[in-house]
Structures are given as C-alpha cells and as structure tokens.
Ligand binder design. Structure first.
Ligand SMILES: Cc1cc2nc3c(=O)[nH]c(=O)nc-3n(C[C@H](O)[C@H](O)[C@H](O)COP(=O)(O)O)c2cc1C
Length: 386
C-alpha cells in the first residue's frame, strides 16, 4: 500500500544516486527561495498582510501552542487519510485555498492552470478563485476528473454574480465557496507603500472579462478598452453580504454553499440555520483584518457550533503537523494558501505539487509515528493547548 510518507524514501533514495531535491521540503527555505526569485510586486501582494502583519504571523505561530499526545502499540503500517466531503471521497483532507494571484505567480501568466494541474497531479482539490488570469472554464478543464470548488467574490451586480455561479456549475465545479470578509480590501502597508494592486493593472480579471453579463456592461470590449473594463470591475467588486442575502445565494445554485471567513460560533450557527452546507473558518491568512486572534484558536469554537456540518479551515498552515493539528481540533478539511503559491512561483505545477506532497508526507508520517492510522483517530486523540 502506497503512503504519502513514501516521499521521504524517494528523496533519500535519489540522494544515494546523487540527486538532491530541487525544491526545499520545508516552509522556511521555500519562502526564502521564493522571496529571492519572485518579482517584487507579485511577492509583496502574495507575502504581505494587513497592518503590521501580527495576525498573519500569529496564525502560523499559534500552532506551536497546540500539541498532540503520541499513542504507542498501535499498528500504523496502513494509514488512511481519506475524507468524505459533500458526497465526494477525497484521498486526503488537504485542499488548495483560493489565491487570487495564482495567475501571475508563474512567469507565463497561467498560474491558475498550473494550480489546477497541481491539483490533478496530487488529487488535492483546488478552490479556484474568482480572481483568475484564465477563465474558470479553462481551470475546470485542466482539473480533468479531479473535483474542484469555485470561490465567489460576490459582485454588487446580482446578475453578474449569478452568471459566475452558473458558469461554475456548468463547468463542473462541485461547490461554491462564498467569501464573506473581502467586500473591501484590508489595509496592507506593503502594497500601499508600493502603490501595488495587481487588479488595477488588469491582472487576474479574466473571469469578469470573459463573462457575458460583465461584457454587456461595457460600451467596448475589454480587449479594445481595458481601462474602462478595469474601472467597471472596480465599481462592481465587493457586494456587502448580510444574512438577508442567504436566500438569494441559495436560490442561485443547487451546489453546496460554503461560507468562508466564519470565525465566531454564533455566525457558524446562523450560517447553518440559513442553509449553508459548509462552514469555512478562516481569517484570510491575516490579509484582511489585523484582528489579533489566530485562526486556529477560533477553530474549536466554530467546530463545536457547527455540529455535523463540515468545517473547512485555513490560515497559517505551514507544515504537515499543522494540518494534523487542525484535524485534531475538528476541521473536516484543511486548506493551504501561500505555501503552494510559492511552489507555483518556483516551479509551476510541479512546484506547487511538490509543496502539497511534502505537506501530505509530513502529515502521514506524523500520524504513523503518533499512532493515528486514520483521520478519525486523529480527531479522537485531539490536541491540547500547552
Ligand atoms: C495572495 C493571496 C490572494 C488571496 N486571494 C483570495 C481569493 O481570491 N479568494 C479568497 O477567498 N481568499 C483569498 N486569499 C485567502 C486564502 O484563501 C486563504 O484564506 C489564506 O491564504 C490562508 O492563509 P495562508 O496563506 O496563511 O495559508 C488569498 C490569500 C493570498 C495570500
């Protein structure tokens, strides 16, 4: 039986034959390599966060105050990391969080397709962002038979929102992730000091520029008059959603709806009462609000409030042990953002796939050593605050 952890034998074996890994296997070295390699504007947007970036750093550091107790005399020679999510059987609990800059993380400007390819290679599902350098139909086609989810930034224009959702449904995406925390951009000093906002330079807007409802808002197509198209995008981006919009969101699609950005137990309960199929606990990797509480510390409360409803989690995942800790604290599936985007920047689809494989290998080996053969065992073991 093959295991994700077998990757370490491959790496050591290749080393015996004189070949070293081309990309680092840990986050610190990966980030250092990406920092040296990436164009400053793309790096600033990807790496930066809100305010003095305390929340962003704390998201990652807070994993250190959670710990797991190893169990011995358990046969872990066979591990099963698979999960069930919205009727899908997925081989692992890891997923790629929506990153609306993927498109320009690769030099060819097709980073969204590279991310989809990485998903197809690793069978780690992609949540494809509304902000994309290729239309969602192409992203879906690149996924092939690998299920993916579509993340919606809800435009103010309701017909445009509906068009995006219907396109995602027609393209074969399996769920709609509605992001709640980004109707306005958080205060990001790194980008502000460089007056750097890629969308206003026309990047990652292809889902809009290819949309019939969006194009109908324009006197001339984006290919002829990009400045007006970008201005129209800026004017329509970011509908403020309230609970009163849930019925409308529900009416748009039969696909499962997952609400992203839920951190308070009361919001989780309300979301479920209003018809959400999934809760996505995230503080947007500390990019939107420098609020101070690490996302992982808010997860247990959200899980307790969510009952049987699946809880997706992201923000601060930097290693396989972080993945396992999030599962131990009750997440159904665990998302990673910046790390795989660094992989895209350094090595395209293969680079992102490498990052995902390393996260899974470390998670799998931690489960092996700690005596947790399945995700259910991880949950039963739990994590304690130290
Ligand atoms: C550069 C960048 C762009 C992002 N774009 C989106 C997006 O388009 N939609 C969305 O819902 N979240 C977006 N996010 C947030 C991620 O989905 C995720 O919540 C966050 O990256 C998780 O934190 P991590 O980067 O620490 O893993 C973005 C994050 C980054 C770093």
């Amino acid at each position: 039986m093959a295991h994700y952890g077998d990757l370490q034998n491959e790496i050591y074996g290749a080393g015996v034959r004189g070949t070293l890994p081309t990309l680092p296997v840990d986050f610190a070295l990966l980030e250092a390599r990406a920092t040296a390699a990436m164009p400053p504007a793309v790096l600033s947007y990807l790496q930066g966060g809100c305010g003095d970036e305390f929340t962003q750093r704390h998201n990652a550091e807070a994993f250190r105050h959670w710990g797991m107790t190893p169990r011995m005399m358990v046969d872990c020679t066979k591990r099963d990391l698979s999960i069930e999510l919205f009727g899908l059987t997925l081989p692992s609990p890891l997923f790629m969080a929506p990153v609306g800059i993927n498109g320009i993380c690769t030099q060819d400007g097709h980073g969204d397709l590279a991310a989809a390819e990485a998903s197809a290679i690793t069978r780690v599902p992609l949540v494809a962002s509304t902000l994309s350098n290729d239309p969602l139909e192409k992203v879906a086609a690149t996924l092939g038979d690998m299920p993916g989810f579509f993340q919606l930034y809800t435009p103010k224009d309701k017909a445009l929102a509906e068009s995006l959702v219907h396109r995602a449904e027609a393209a074969g995406f399996k769920a709609i992730v509605v992001t709640l925390d980004t109707w306005v951009t958080g205060w990001r000093p790194r980008d502000l000091n460089a007056a750097n906002f890629p969308q206003l330079r026309g990047a990652v807007l292809m889902n809009y520029f290819s949309d019939p409802v969006f194009r109908a808002l324009l006197a001339r197509p984006p290919e002829e008059d990009p400045a007006t198209a970008i201005g129209t995008w800026a004017a329509t981006f970011g509908k403020v959603l309230t609970w009163a919009d849930m019925a409308w969101l529900r009416s748009m699609t039969k696909l499962p709806i997952i609400l992203k950005g839920i951190c308070h137990p009361d919001d989780a309960r309300r979301a479920i009462d209003e018809g959400a199929d999934g809760i996505y606990c995230s503080n947007h990797g500390g990019r939107q609000a420098n609020g101070g509480i690490a996302a992982i510390d808010m997860l247990p409360g959200v899980v307790a409030a969510s009952g049987k409803t699946p809880v997706l989690f992201d923000s601060g995942i930097r290693s396989g042990s972080d993945v396992v800790k999030a599962l131990a604290l009750g997440a159904t599936a665990v998302g990673v953002g910046r790390p795989y985007a660094y992989g895209l920047a350094l090595g395209g689809a293969a680079g992102a796939a490498h990052v995902l494989k390393c996260l899974l290998a470390e998670a799998d080996l931690l489960m092996a050593v700690n005596g947790y053969p399945t995700i259910a065992d991880v949950r039963a073991a739990g994590a304690i605050r130290q």
